[in-house]
Design a protein around this ligand. Structure first.
Ligand code: UDX
Length: 469
């Protein structure tokens, strides 16, 4: 099928490359000249496992053709998929890009084409989408076309796999009286036997947002529960493990720690609260989800302060900058605010992330942040290390070996991803979040007052055990 994808960001490029790999003839329309040039050179401007190979192969056999003009890319397509950004830089909705895109694309659609919106739409924009498109068609004397919402549920870091093996396909029908649009879109998803839900446009819009809001709620729940675990000497992972077999609950998205970041969860929870408030409704649950999440950085800083007493003059190593492993995305990454907080408290902060773009981006975004080129370099001379992103290489680090290079052997594990027993055995003081065995946070941790915490060569801190909060 001839398909045009408009907007080649994280969502659009994955869509375009995967559809090309499925044998469709895809035109990718991208307005940003820098991004387009990079793609023409075969460079994917962000890290997404498996995507480079798909893009390179699709470009080389011309199943994916790139263009920067709607004139060149829209009229021949049977389906035109819009994947332009709808999030503003300040964590608010922005519809200017979508409005501009509709203005350029809709008048040029073939009469037998269908318009598919894959971007996450603000509900207040989605409500009028069919009328808006119809108005643009009528203004140029063209017949109406089907208008469908087809939200994506792909996660960064596994977006290719999520596209190829989706959990479900959601098709929201804004206008499709003959059903031709839905039929064409279903053909596009012939590669998967995932359940298809054909619903109204607003249900698709809200269903997409609700999925992310629910995931965020689960994470904030887990983080609140982690505090309860600490109070009573429970272990969050063991507690979640007792819940997970219940099919009504499951074990996903209940990992406690530094909380959720990224381009979707934090901003969509807040945007939804704000949007709904303008309609006179309140969202106490979502407000609490955000409040708990933003408070995670305070908890992290409290853990460090409990170990170090005063952060001023201390050298703190942060392992990980991207908002999660498998990506170099720094949007709403907890690392950034955490680094800013520590620097403001007078600490020297040295960070390392395996992704060069994340290192470079963080250096640009956080004044005073020092960037190391390896984890070992970041750890050298550190008074404490904070694990921010649970890249597998950090769990696999030679913790027993690097301890000698640190000034003090203190670990605050913001993702509960490290082996507590191993670290304590190696001589580290360890604090996770709601994790049994943490030495500096659990009221009922084995008492060992007077234990000197630090590298065997240079014991420097006497740790007062007990609660950090
Ligand atoms: C999310 C949705 O999962 C995806 O369906 C949607 O299409 C886009 O938004 P993404 O932003 O890529 O995907 O990241 P996700 O895997 O959801 O993680 C979001 C954040 O939550 C990360 O910072 C992660 O570290 C954090 N997280 C996740 C937790 O803190 N605990 C968990 O248990 C799971």
């Amino acid at each position: 099928m001839r398909v045009t994808v408009v907007g080649l960001g994280a969502v659009g490029l994955v869509t375009a490359a995967c559809l090309a790999a499925d044998g469709h003839e895809v035109v990718g329309l991208e307005a940003d000249p820098g991004r387009l040039d990079a793609l023409r050179r075969g460079e994917v401007p962000f890290h997404e496992p498996g995507l480079d190979a798909l893009v390179t192969s699709a470009l080389s056999d011309r199943r994916l053709v790139l263009t920067d003009t709607a004139e060149g890319g829209v009229a021949q397509a049977r389906l035109v998929i819009l994947a332009v950004g709808t999030h503003g830089p300040d964590g608010s909705w922005q519809s200017a890009s979508m409005v501009q895109c509709l203005l350029e694309v809709v008048p040029r659609l073939a009469d037998d084409a269908a318009l598919v919106i894959r971007s996450t739409l603000p509900p207040d924009f989605a409500v009028g989408i069919a009328a808006r498109v119809a108005g643009l068609r009528r203004a140029v004397g063209r017949s109406l076309v089907p208008v469908l919402l087809n939200p994506e549920f792909t996660r960064e870091g596994s977006a290719v796999r999520d596209f190829q093996r989706p959990s479900r396909i959601v098709i929201g029908v804004a206008h499709d009286p003959s059903g031709a649009g839905v039929a064409a879109l279903k053909r596009l998803y012939a590669h998967t036997d995932a359940p298809i839900r054909i619903v109204g446009a607003m249900d698709a819009c809200l269903g997409k947002l609700a999925a992310n809001l629910f995931l965020a709620t689960r994470i904030s729940f887990a983080n609140e529960l982690a505090g309860v675990c600490e109070e009573y000497g429970g272990d969050i992972e063991a507690v979640v493990d007792t819940m997970a077999p219940d099919p009504r609950i499951g074990g996903y998205f209940l990992r406690a720690g530094l909380g959720f970041g990224g381009s979707c969860l934090p901003s969509q929870v807040q945007m939804m609260s704000r949007a709904v408030r303008e309609h006179g409704l309140s969202t106490p649950l979502l407000d609490a989800v955000t409040q708990i999440n933003t408070g995670r950085i305070d908890h992290f800083v409290d853990r460090l302060t409990a170990f170090l007493e005063d952060l001023a003059g201390k050298r703190i190593c942060l392992l990980g900058l991207a908002f999660k492993p498998g990506t170099d995305d720094l949007r709403d990454a907890p690392s950034l605010n955490l680094a800013r907080r520590l620097i403001a408290a007078g600490a020297t902060v040295v960070a390392y992330d395996p992704m060069p773009r994340a290192r470079q981006g963080a250096a640009n975004l956080v004044p005073g942040l020092l960037i190391a080129e390896t984890a070992a370099e970041a750890l050298t001379g550190a008074d404490a290390v904070g694990l921010v992103t649970e890249w597998p290489e950090f769990a696999a680090l030679d913790w027993e070996g690097v301890i000698a290079s640190m000034r003090r052997a203190i670990v605050v594990d913001g993702r509960n991803a490290l082996d507590v027993g191993r670290l304590i055995e190696a001589g580290y003081a360890y604090a996770g979040f709601g994790r049994a065995g943490s030495t500096g946070t659990l009221q009922d941790a084995p008492r060992d007052e007077g234990r000197r915490v630090g590298s065997p060569a240079e014991p420097v801190l006497t740790l007062a055990l007990g609660r950090a909060e």
